[in-house]
Write a protein that binds this ligand. Sequence first.
Ligand SMILES: Cc1cc2nc3c(=O)[nH]c(=O)nc-3n(C[C@H](O)[C@H](O)[C@H](O)COP(=O)(O)OP(=O)(O)OC[C@H]3O[C@@H](n4cnc5c(N)ncnc54)[C@H](O)[C@@H]3O)c2cc1C
Length: 297
Amino acid sequence: VRRFHFSRISTLEELLAWKGKFGASGRPIAGGTDLIVGLREAAFDLPAIEVGDITAVPELKGIAAGAGGPDGTGCEIRVGPLATHSQVARHSEIGRRAALLAAGASEVGSPQIRNRGTIGGNICNASPCADTVPPLIALGAVLTLRSLRGARKLPLEEAILGPYRTAMEDDEVLTDICFPVPPEGSRSSFIKLGRRNALSISRMSIAVVSRLDGSGILRDVRVAGGSIASTPRRFRAVETVLEGNVPGDDLLAAAGDKMVAEMIRMTGRRWSTPYKEPVVASLLKRAVLQSIPRREK
Ligand SMILES: Cc1cc2nc3c(=O)[nH]c(=O)nc-3n(C[C@H](O)[C@H](O)[C@H](O)COP(=O)(O)OP(=O)(O)OC[C@H]3O[C@@H](n4cnc5c(N)ncnc54)[C@H](O)[C@@H]3O)c2cc1C
């Protein structure tokens, strides 16, 4: 394990001062399930590492939901970065109004990892296969990043620049994850294709939010994918194919073809493309079907 200096941080004020002082060398530790592995693998190319335990910082905790937002800023559901995957997966309001996020959180690792690992750590580590990220992108999540210089809001989709690379400045920390509740009547799904059933790191995942109107037409469709392009992202061209149409076999096939075409447009053809083509199309079809209520016969 890389040698590091360890400190305990108790307040947000202290955390911002600590991050301002140490910059990139200052690594907040939440659950440690990514950071400790990184330290063991000596993944950090830094002369010195300061590890700061943020688990006692009250401002980073909690999950709150409310009309107009718990803080009056239109942030309808606010998840503190220290919320563990287990807390997110079991939260009743998230289960009811953003089931795809509960599904993503409950797919992470194992019970031990879900009890320790946090949603903030999942985002800040920026792994291409982070399970909570596609659901949060489909929900339109916005991050609040704070430093001694002030606070700024950044859509999650723009915050992840590449594998293990975020748009966070060296002195910034993540303090809030906010998203609006999908329109009334929306349903959602999250499907992860792993290498193994247990403890699998996701190879590809798709998150869908949509709503069927009274005529059985798809509305307010959001599709996000993880490990399909170089960063987790929304697939707006696929949403356009689905939006305003009845979800039959032909439509799902056309949407699957569009998803594959988008993947190839973004990544080019690779050694893995022949495998990914049918898998991505079929994952999308399953995710859309799971997100719509079954028709009464
Ligand atoms: C065996 C195993 C299985 C796993 N399986 C999965 C899986 O199936 N799916 C999946 O998505 N992940 C998986 N992971 C990865 C990991 O558990 C998750 O990414 C987890 O959410 C990380 O959260 P953490 O609190 O442990 O992060 P930490 O390790 O504490 O931190 C991760 C990174 O984020 C930074 N950070 C944390 N909080 C903040 C903050 N508030 N502001 C700024 N920076 C911050 C840290 O400095 C560090 O760089 C697995 C890990 C292990 C060891």
